[in-house]
Design a protein. Structure first.
Length: 324
């Protein structure tokens, strides 16, 4: 078989945090395997006469906090010339992201394996898709109605409200019954009733056990994850918001949740995902650019990038076999 060509669509590589960036870990693994890497940003993707094309930059990557990449050339070409494309652009999930998934869908039609599946990236909102698995989730609500949110708050006493299109703990609020800022918070997060938000009953285990990140490859969980414990004075279990990471081994409940959602992830072509679990409850299903593999690897030596690339290679071989 000829050398595998992999494209990676991501945020500008010069702006990442190399010590913890999952996309960089994937490119290091690809380089280790001798794969050809094509680096792309969303602005590099385009359709020409109905065909998916891109500006693709060649690069070398390094496990070095001072110099983690160097560009070695560039070319314009068909995305279908690549064997596999990793879509790793961080949210916000906006119209630009959606347009990029249409370009990638054309690339998939023309022969490239796109991970995660571009149609599923559009369909599977990271907050809303949990509603397909209510047996795994805390009491939850999706609405833009202030009255409905207040009723939910009255029922549960303390709730979390968050937008559907952001990441890293941005614009996540806790509201307790009687909070004098309730109306202001609801107006802010819903845009005065113009935007849907997700509300969930507050899960007190966030304070002591943290927000657990579990990685699934082809719907199968990695045996270990990290729990993100909120910093003092904060409620957000996000490393980007200052939470600290502690390693853990998956519990029986964690594995049950993964068993519930794994088949649906595989069916939708969501080959690399990260779920968030607080206490006994699933709170998010991350499909756009799941992170935390470097933190998990540092504690448990799990080799997640290598395992993921083994899976990718199997999918590429199956796709090639299907053409013959």
């Amino acid at each position: 078989m000829s050398k595998i060509k992999i494209g990676v669509v991501m945020d500008p590589i010069h702006s990442i945090h190399p010590e913890k960036d999952t996309s960089l870990a994937f490119m290091l693994e690809a380089q280790k395997r001798g794969w050809e890497i094509a680096y792309m940003e969303m602005a590099d993707l385009f359709l020409r006469d109905g065909h998916a094309e891109a500006r693709m930059r060649r690069l070398n990557v390094f496990n070095d906090l001072q110099k983690w990449f160097e560009f070695t050339g560039e070319e314009y070409g068909a995305l279908s010339d690549l064997d596999v494309i990793l879509m790793r652009k961080d949210p916000p999930f906006d119209i630009e992201f959606i347009v990029a998934t249409y370009i990638l869908e054309k690339a998939e039609e023309e022969g490239a394996l796109v991970v995660n599946n571009p149609r599923s990236l559009r369909d599977v909102n990271e907050k809303i898709f949990t509603a397909w698995f209510p047996q795994c989730c805390p009491p939850s609500l999706l609405t833009r109605s202030e009255k409905t949110i207040k009723s939910f708050l009255d029922t549960h006493g303390k709730i979390v409200v968050k937008p559907t299109d952001k990441m890293g703990g941005r614009s996540v609020f806790i509201i307790a019954k009687g909070d004098p800022n309730t109306r202001v918070i609801i107006e802010e997060v819903t845009g005065s009733g113009s935007r849907y938000i997700q509300a969930q009953a507050y899960i007190p285990e966030i304070e002591t056990l943290g927000d657990k990140r579990i990685i699934l490859i082809d719907g199968i969980p990695v045996d270990y994850g990290i729990a993100r414990i909120p910093a003092g004075g904060d409620h957000r279990g996000n490393l980007a918001a200052g939470a600290r990471a502690e390693g853990f081994e998956l519990t029986a409940r964690d594995r049950w949740i993964c068993d519930q959602i794994g088949p649906a992830l595989r069916e939708r072509g969501l080959l690399f995902t990260g779920i968030d679990v607080i206490g006994d409850y699933l709170t998010e299903i991350n499909v756009t650019s799941p992170t935390c593999i470097r933190e998990i690897d540092a504690i448990f030596n799990t080799g997640i990038a290598s395992r993921f690339f083994d899976s990718l290679q199997n999918h590429i071989h199956k796709k090639e076999a299907g053409k013959n």
